[in-house]
Ligand binder design. Structure first.
Ligand code: MSP
Length: 532
């Protein structure tokens, strides 16, 4: 592994059968916060997201809309999947499309290598297939249907009947990898997280694996199998490879692709929803093992956003578009809400009421109010020049040690993807600063010139606390914190906020006295009436 290997994080690539809902935006948001955090730790980062364009699900949607699958995919990418990245303010480094030649050619190269190595053979598949999951199912996976599907066996995730597939296909010797995978997970207990996901994978592997059909012959929307163009590559086999093709998989030594691969692969974290855990923690590492490639550091399975207790989904017409929320509260509050309110790794329900309540209490009143009061007071009492702190009392020293603790806790939490824990720590610090303002009553101190030094110390303490809060919250809320940074005069005094290391955010006294503090735009404006 190259010494300057990037911290490499991926999201799943999303099916382009429809536009994104907040369940999709949730994964990308989490990935964006984590990668921004690593960037602010001074690491080189590579953040990949993209779209999954092949397979029957996309093909059928295109047909139903009377257009060719490629045209449908192009349309959805341009009108929905690229714009949503702007909507949620994601700073991805790359965007992969599985119909791009950089992907299709490398997939074919990979497949050919596995074939040459004896890992692929011809066989017949006869069994159920769920098009919504794009997955071959075992009869035992299915459940009894309800309502219009009563009396039928249906997919447990989509509640819809499966299709019977009977084809001659190419098979991958997946069964050979159950034991090696079990050993890998025994040796690397954090390679799948959280623990519930790890346990699920290990117990699944203990039951043994069947070989996997990796091609389809009854339709042609996919990557042709290089030695048998009458078949297309199974959409998951094609899709999983995106994580490696996007960074140069299989390119000849000395080429830019090979260099990128050496300095990026393996991925440090694959973020996935729990419904696609097995693909990522069983099939994908087996494919890599078969090719002799290093395995990813971790597959992290997050929970579902639920509606009425069920997974939010377009299939069930319960999807809420990210625009609907961002138009109302802004991208920062969108990012804040989902990572704060739902423990990453568990399911959670979205409600407008809960989001509005947290927005008002925690963002508008908690942080926003503190920031505008600080700027107003430095403006009024010190003509906008940040005063120097002279003698610290116990109240300031307590706040300073709480800050050091907060920054350490936030770093430790975010590095293990406990976003809610990291946010709770920073929020507790904000509450402590607000309490400090109430107790110190700078407006009362300002009434008597004899308290001038004390007032300076209090004002400095509030602004320096806000400096640290801005740095620690920047990965989560890039826009509001950039505005706060400017209001504190910190951009001139300390440089761009995105370059402030999170490791030293908790050190006291970084914002120099004399910084120009100005009252800028309100960070979190009062909400208009809810949209629903
Ligand atoms: N194309 C495959 C992934 C291939 S990755 C090599 C796929 N696409 S998807 O569009 O159906 O889903 C992408 C991701 O969105 C999955 O991680 C899935 O868990 C996530 N979500 C879809 N609905 C969701 C919720 N309601 N809640 C949270 N995440 C959800 O699967």
């Amino acid at each position: 592994m190259s010494r300057d290997k990037a911290f490499y994080l991926t999201t799943p690539i999303y099916y382009v059968n429809d536009a994104p809902h907040i369940g999709h935006a949730y994964t990308t948001t989490a990935g964006d916060v984590l990668t921004r955090w690593h960037r602010q730790r001074g690491e080189r980062v590579w953040f990949l997201t993209g779209v999954d364009e092949h397979g029957q699900k996309v093909m059928r949607t295109a047909e139903a809309n009377g257009v060719a699958p490629q045209e449908w995919a192009d349309r959805l990418v341009e009108s929905a999947w690229l714009p949503v990245l702007e909507t949620i303010d994601a700073a991805n480094d790359d965007f992969i499309r599985t119909t791009s030649t950089r992907h299709t050619e490398r997939v074919q190269g990979f497949l050919q290598r596995l074939k040459d190595a004896g890992e692929i053979y011809e066989g017949t598949y006869d069994g159920p297939y769920c098009v919504a999951c794009e997955e071959f199912k075992l009869p035992g996976d299915l459940v009894d249907g309800e309502g219009e599907h009563a009396g039928q066996k249906v997919c447990p995730i989509h509640g819809r009947p499966v299709e019977q597939v009977s084809e001659t296909n190419w098979f991958f010797r997946l069964s050979a990898y159950a034991e090696p995978l079990l050993r890998h997970y025994e040796d690397n207990p954090t390679a799948v997280a959280p623990l519930s996901a790890y346990n699920e994978v290990v117990s699944f592997l203990r039951g043994g694996l069947q070989d996997l059909s990796i091609s389809r012959s009854t339709f042609d929307w996919g990557i042709p199998v290089p030695w048998d163009p009458s078949q297309v590559v199974y959409v998951w086999f094609d899709a999983l490879l995106n994580y490696a093709t996007a960074v140069g998989l299989g390119d000849e030594e000395g080429t830019p692709g090979a260099e990128q691969f050496a300095s990026t692969w393996p991925a440090d974290v694959h973020l996935v929803g729990k419904d696609i855990l097995r693909f990522h923690a069983v099939i994908w590492p087996a494919m890599l093992m078969a090719a002799g490639l290093p395995l990813p550091g971790q597959v992290f399975a997050h929970g579902w956003l639920l509606v009425g207790g069920e997974k939010m989904s377009k299939t069930k017409l319960t999807g809420i578009s990210p625009d609907q929320i961002v138009d109302h509260v802004g991208s920062d509050a969108f990012r804040y809400y989902f990572l704060r309110a739902i423990q990453f790794g568990s399911d959670g329900s979205f409600s407008w009421e809960d989001m509005s309540a947290r927005y008002t209490a925690e963002l508008a009143n908690g942080l926003g109010n503190l920031a505008s009061r600080a700027a107003a007071m430095v403006g009024k009492y010190r003509d906008g020049a940040l005063p120097e702190a002279t003698a610290y009392s116990d109240a300031e020293l307590t706040l300073q040690s709480l800050l050091a603790e907060t920054a350490a806790t936030a770093d430790e939490c975010v590095l293990r993807l406990d976003f809610a824990g990291g946010i709770a720590a920073v929020k507790a610090f904000i509450d402590a600063v607000n309490l400090y303002v109430t107790e110190q009553e700078p407006w009362a101190l300002a009434k008597d010139e004899a308290n001038a030094q004390r007032l300076s110390t209090v004002l400095y303490t509030i602004c320096e606390s806000l400096r640290a809060i801005a740095v620690l919250y920047h990965p989560l809320m890039p826009k509001a914190t950039a505005s706060l940074w400017e209001q504190l005069g910190a951009d001139v005094a300390l440089g761009p906020i995105g370059e402030q290391p999170v490791q030293t955010a908790g050190e006291w006294g970084r914002l120099p006295a004399g910084a120009r503090v100005t009252k800028g735009a309100i960070l979190f404006p009062r909400l208009e009436d809810p949209v629903e």
